[in-house]
Ligand binder design. Sequence first.
Ligand code: GAL
Length: 666
Amino acid sequence: MRRWQSDRILFGGDYNPEQWPEEVWAEDVELMRRAGVNLVSVGIFSWALLEPAPGRYEFGWLDRVLDLLHDGGVDVDLATATASPPPWLARAHPETLPRRADGTVLWPGGRQAYCPSSPIFRERALALVEAVAGRYADHPAVVLWHVSNELGCHNAHCYCDVSAEAFRAWLRDRYGDLDGLNAAWGTAFWSQRYGDWAEINPPRTAPTFANPTQQLDFLRFSSDEQRAQLRAERDLLHRLVRQPVTTNFMIGTGVKALDYHSWVDDVDVVANDHYLTAADPRAHVGLALSADHTRGVARGEPWLLMEHSTSAVNWQPRNVAKTPGQLRRNSLAHVARGADGVLFFQWRASRAGAEKFHSALVPHAGPDTKVYREVCRLGADLAALAEVRGSRVDAEVAILFDYEAWWGVELDSHPSVDVTYLDRLRALHDSLWRANVTADVVHPSTDLSGYRLVLVPTLYLVRDADVAALHRFVAAGGSALVTYFSGIVDEHDHVRLGGYPGAFRELLGVRTEEFFPLREGERVRLDDGATADVWTEWLHADGADVLAAYADGPLPGVAAVTRHAVGEGAAWYVGTRLDEPATDALVARLLAEAGVRPATTAPPGVEVVRRRDGDRSWLFVLNHTADEARLAAAGVELLTGTTCAGELVVPAGEVAVVREDGTVAA
Ligand code: GAL
């Protein structure tokens, strides 16, 4: 890996000059300078212009764009331009088009219409990368390379014959022989035994539930295929250019198909795209979760926010615009949680095409607008925050996250459709957010020794080694909380026998003999006054203390929340879906037991996060409320230059960043 280094916080966005006549470009650069833009991503969807016919490259326009940007002092994150193949590829090679599980062909005319396993696509894409990298390796504007764009956004799962062949090769590699595959897939069931590799296909639309391990392996394979494209382009770039290489991940907006924890070593710096769900009144908490997860994927290193929006997007049912100040709060919330760059989609709002109603840094109405003025203010803010760059985010809590567990738990024919992977993750993270406690969202194989508390939401599929590591963490004095439907299966999606929650039984000191999922809308009460829904289970304490039991519902008197003392620490289990106040109360008890304190105490709705670099620290305070907030903080407020001696006042909707001068407020 090459290390990413920059002496400033990056600021800019996707720049698509090919959508505009050249007269506009000079104005673009002038407006970028005024806003303090220092990095733009160029060429993301330019394949059809750069290679208008097979093997015929036209770089003149890109030469002029890069020179103009360089003369204007704007650096470039240059795309390999492979995100969307030109129409000529599908015409010459229809077998490069992806297919859905039911055989539907996905045609060109949108974007990303290629089969991720297509050797023809790969060959043409790498030829383009070679041409682009060869031409611009030494261009002084280029400081970063951008592989493809959101790999797998629209074509993550392809079920065509080319993919089937690649899937078989991937399975041979994983299992060696058919006996291994038949055992792992449990093909003794429903007459599914395979006698020849050629009989195996992707889990195409079938009369009923497809084999769950086949589905799980296909999800693994599909993530690996996208990753293979990243690695192929990255390897070629590493041979041809000296700048670092990245691609934009989609962590935290519900994208499930790509196992980013396994991709992190394939990029020189982690970059992420995040878009708010406008209909969600707590979208800013979802933003925090995305950022905490991106930082977890980046193993705590600073990362880049490669895309978000200045205001509305175009692809939700109702594309709500950002209110004044929201752009700034959203951007600085990412910086608070470890981003060293804030970029947007896109520089200038398009006149034509499917994204013409997507916001941009320069809206259709031009620069005399709320959006462009806020963009300029943000540019000044980020310049004032330059010293924060490279620092780390303080976090004493880890939340374990595994894409494979997500894939597994949401397979079909399970006890309840209401058990979904993100539900408890979001609930626990939300409780921590309200408590102003920052958590890293990390893979279960992460070294946990630096944390005080580990939360384990719905880790349905878990490996033995990760369970053992969690056990060691608790025995050494840590606290852990495991939620229901965790530890149920091994990596082949085979049930761990002897009682649930399987892999975690010993650590938690409990044994469940039967699940009792609740009916839609059904609620139960606990004997401590809490309410819960979705899930209950016939749980026996087997060494653990019972903290709360059901007062009604199908299992009156049965344990719902337990705590098991293990070595120097404790492992807690919650066997039902607690309501929000009960979740907050449980999290508060865990934080107290683990000795975790908030970044500082703040009024509700005021978000506080600390970044630190050795002895230096910075407190980010984001006021999401309609009232002025006052809280304890001492130091210099970087955005206003004022000193706060003990008390910081943050107006409604505003953000403050305090250099704490060695003093720690909490
Ligand atoms: C991203 C994509 C961009 C643009 C944006 C719109 O998924 O990378 O190219 O489409 O969404 O929100």
